[in-house]
Write a protein that binds this ligand. Structure first.
Ligand code: SF4
Ligand code: SF4
Length: 389
């Protein structure tokens, strides 16, 4: 049995719907599709270079509704705070929040506040996370299987050590809701503003929450896409369940959110993974796979993947990242059609959607799927702009 096969003991992988095989290998970040777009000639092209340039308004193609200058202008402005953060360590090859953890802006206080009851501390952290603007917050234990074997030095895209300070025991996972009206306009550069805004939000939120914990005298490393895969941590922390579109479906926002995390030595109480019934629903639904313009999502049951850009030895639904990113590059913007069309992409604060959720997560799931058949249509970006007038 592979030495990496077993994680921390409090909750099993299967409690979180995670299926590890004997071939498990930790993932090297150099192999993610965004890193490969810089060093792998099979991925890099004028189109992928244009994709990144479009985020600097250097190559914003004007290709009709949703891809005009103002669509790119709003998307790129939404990313601004995140961009400022990720650029500040560029000279050292550390693109913070993406290819390196966010560096400490404040030290760990010399005096350590005593934590009597970790359960109470977890509740307090959730309250502070909400105060700073997080929409979801849960806690789980550190599990280095999900940490990148190596990170990427962005000066030459080489593999670099991926270490955390010693004493880290827990991970705080935060969820950030994406704007529903903008998500409805995918695919478009305008819709990318929903993604960029949450990266900018989450950058501020994780930095502030981590600073609070350091002020209490404990290690706290703020993290976005860097350092470790967040999806297994979100599943272990009980925030939702994994779906065919490779996203975590939550009972609060469906798949319409982004996740960030904080690695900490603060004594905390872990949340419990939850089995909701999403996998059973995905087994009878292929709306995301049907809607994908490049057929990058699987139609069959979960399986292990041998693709360069996916983790080895985890049986799950896995997209073809090369096809998917190829489409992003062609559009010069991110795509989330598979999020937009998902039946769980609803406003669960409304009673009718709450009722639908109950049906979808019950043996009535087929009926729930039938009820969804006319939903998920794209809103024209020009309609979104007209609403703002
Ligand atoms: S993001 Fe777009 S291209 Fe990628 S899998 Fe989803 S629908 Fe397909
Ligand atoms: S669209 Fe259907 S199959 Fe795809 S993630 Fe959503 S519920 Fe699952």
């Amino acid at each position: 049995m592979n030495a990496h096969r077993n994680g921390p003991k409090s909750f099993s992988d299967s409690d979180a719907g995670i299926d590890i095989t004997d071939d498990f290998e930790r993932f090297s970040q150099r192999n993610d599709i965004f890193s490969r777009a810089f060093w792998d000639e099979r991925i890099r092209s004028a189109k992928t270079d244009g994709f990144f340039a479009s985020y600097r308004m250097e190559a914003a193609p004007r290709r009709g509704d949703g891809f005009t200058q103002r669509d790119f202008a709003l998307r790129n402005a939404s990313w601004l705070s995140s961009d400022i953060l990720s650029e500040r360590g560029a000279a050292d090859g550390k693109r913070e929040g993406f290819q390196a953890p966010i560096a400490y802006d404040t030290p760990v206080a010399a005096e350590q506040m005593e934590i009597g009851d970790p359960q109470r501390m977890s509740k307090e952290i959730k309250r502070i996370a909400e105060f700073f603007g997080a929409d979801l917050c849960a806690v789980t234990e550190l599990d280095d299987r999900w940490h990148y074997e190596t990170r990427v030095d962005t000066r030459d895209m080489s593999a670099a050590p991926n270490h955390l300070p010693s004493g880290i025991t827990h991970v705080i996972v935060l969820g950030h809701e994406m704007d529903a009206e903008l998500v409805a306009t995918y695919p478009s550069a305008l819709a990318g503003a929903a993604t960029g805004r949450e990266y900018s939000h989450e950058a501020a939120i994780v930095m502030q929450l981590a600073a609070y914990i350091r002020n209490l005298g404990y290690e706290a490393v703020a993290s976005m896409n860097d350092t470790a895969l967040v999806i297994p941590y979100a599943l272990k922390a009980g925030l939702g369940e994994y779906a065919r579109n490779q996203m975590v479906i939550t009972p609060e926002f469906g798949p319409r959110l982004r996740f960030s995390k904080i690695f900490t030595s603060l004594p905390l109480h872990s949340d419990q993974p939850k089995k909701l019934g999403v996998a059973e629903f995905c087994n009878i639904c292929t709306k995301c796979a049907d809607a994908c313009p490049v057929k990058a999502l699987p139609f069959g049951p979960p399986d292990v993947s041998t693709q360069t850009s996916s983790i080895k030895g985890v049986r799950k639904w896995t997209s073809n990242a090369e096809k998917c990113f190829g489409f992003w590059a062609k559009m010069a913007s991110d795509c989330a059609i598979c999020l937009r069309v998902c039946p769980f992409n609803r406003d669960f604060s409304k009673w009718r959607h709450k009722l639908w959720l109950k049906l979808a997560l019950s043996p009535w799931r087929k009926f729930a799927l039938t009820l969804d058949r006319h939903r998920g249509a794209r809103i024209k970006p020009s309609t979104w702009w007209a609403r703002t007038k």
